[in-house]
Ligand binder design. Structure first.
Ligand code: IMP
Length: 428
């Protein structure tokens, strides 16, 4: 089984960083397929904590090649900063990191436009990370984006950037009364990243296809989560990329027929940041306790995350859309102090009960979750590494989730450290 996709099943922040870091040990190549530096993957080891935004978590394992695919949008300054942090930590990126020459570049006016749109009362507020992700993907789809390969020819880059600059300047002035810095200084800033981009770009599609032909093991890393997918999430409260399994094909150039396995990472409860519907959200002491016990604050923006019970409607939707054949359950230890734990199995709305994810926002925003209650185990599970050593009620909770979703668990995470994990098989 040489190609596996590992992705989030909720609204992001499922704890993918730690899981991908662990599973990377089995892979030859770790390839990120969508999103940008809106993602925040936290990895803890040797009493240190690293937050990666763009570079795949496999970078912490020597000898693994990390790929940033064509489906990712790259902010050169964010990339340079992340590279510098990794260098400081003694990680050499030479021959370890390849950026797709087809990846679109996030330009400074993208984040200006993202933040201004969010501030302006007349547009729908999404609660974005303000990193320019949406505007950059908009330019990509509008076919006016600038790609990594455009840095090859400085004159052509200048021309392309100039055309875009003129357009953005007018739009930002007209809509938000904002002035962009002058063209020359913006272009100079952009050019300062040319050397770095040219040093790391490559034809990642061919590289990955060759690796598949050589039977190398490839882990395709998803960012955000299924419910933030631009097509299959809670639109318009989503990110602007395809975070579901299909995104691995388009975002890396890997044919669908070559994907052997899809693993879904899911938290033992639910969180989301930003605006948008969240049927099992808790506004009471239980919600606060989930936030406190789970340290639920955004890895990228530091925003407090909204917290709620596990939602099996979301989980089933993710399993269906992604073809998930194994689950990784994270943060089970966060439930250690709850006397009662609830799981949502359907949404009640206007006399109907929905077991499938409705598209209609009115239903998602105004439904009443149908809950099954479980007795909490009220015991410490932090750091448990053997399944049978979990309290009986914790095992019952996990097994009920498995039955409800008809899918097996590949791993169960009992804390942020690498070794706080119960393993039940291998990825490849
Ligand atoms: P954008 O991706 O910055 O455009 O933000 C769109 C939505 O996706 C907002 O609700 C963000 O909070 C959310 N989002 C983007 N990246 C992440 C992530 O890595 N984890 C959780 N939510 C995210």
């Amino acid at each position: 089984m040489p190609v596996a996709v590992v992705l989030g099943m909720q609204w992001g922040d499922e704890g993918k960083g730690k899981i991908i870091d662990l599973l990377s040990q089995e892979a030859d190549i770790v390839a990120r397929y969508q999103g940008g530096h809106n993602a925040g993957h936290t990895i803890c080891f040797d009493d240190k904590e690293f937050v990666l935004h763009l570079i795949p978590s496999g970078i912490f394992h020597e000898g693994k090649l990390c790929v940033i695919g064509n489906g990712v949008v790259i902010d050169p300054s964010a990339l340079a900063e992340e590279m510098e942090d990794l260098n400081q930590a003694g990680i050499d990126l030479k021959n370890r990191l390849v950026l797709s020459d087809r990846a679109n570049i996030i330009l400074p006016y993208h984040s200006v436009s993202d933040r201004s749109r969010e501030k302006e009362g007349k547009f729908q507020k999404i609660g974005t990370t303000g990193r320019g992700i949406g505007p950059s993907y908009s330019d990509k789809i509008a076919r006016i984006g600038i790609r990594a390969c455009d840095f090859l020819d400085e004159n052509r880059l200048r021309e392309q950037f100039h055309v875009n600059y003129q357009e953005k300047k007018k739009i930002l002035k007209h809509l938000y009364d904002l002035e962009l810095p002058d063209f020359d200084s913006m272009f100079r800033d952009l050019l300062s990243f040319r050397k770095m981009i040219l040093e790391y770009i490559g034809d990642t599609q061919s590289l990955l296809q060759k690796a598949i032909a050589e039977n190398k093991k490839i882990l395709c890393e998803g960012a955000q989560g299924t419910m933030l997918d631009v097509d299959h999430g809670t639109y318009p409260f989503v990110t602007s990329s395809s975070s579901t399994a299909g995104g691995a094909c388009t975002g890396l150039g890997i044919p669908p027929t070559k994907i052997d396995r899809v693993v879904g990472v899911i938290k033992a409860y639910t969180t989301r940041v930003g605006e948008g519907p969240f049927p099992t959200e808790l506004h009471d002491g239980d919600g606060q306790m989930l936030r406190d016990e789970g340290h639920e604050f955004g890895a990228t923006t530091g925003r407090p995350r909204r917290c709620g019970w596990f939602d099996a409607v979301v989980a089933r939707h993710a399993i269906g859309i992604n073809g998930i054949d194994a689950l990784v359950l994270t943060k089970i230890d966060v439930l250690d102090k709850f006397e009662i734990i609830k799981v949502c199995t359907g949404y009640k709305h206007k006399g109907n009960v929905y077991e499938k994810m409705p598209a209609d926002l009115d239903c998602l925003q105004n439904c009443e979750p149908v809950y099954t209650e479980y007795e909490g185990w009220m015991a410490n599970t932090v750091g448990v590494t053997v399944y049978d050593e979990l309290p009986e009620k914790a095992r019952q909770y996990i097994e009920s989730l498995g039955k409800l979703l008809g899918t097996q668990f590949l791993m169960i995470s009992t804390g942020p450290q690498r070794n706080y994990t119960i393993h039940n098989g291998t990825l490849f």
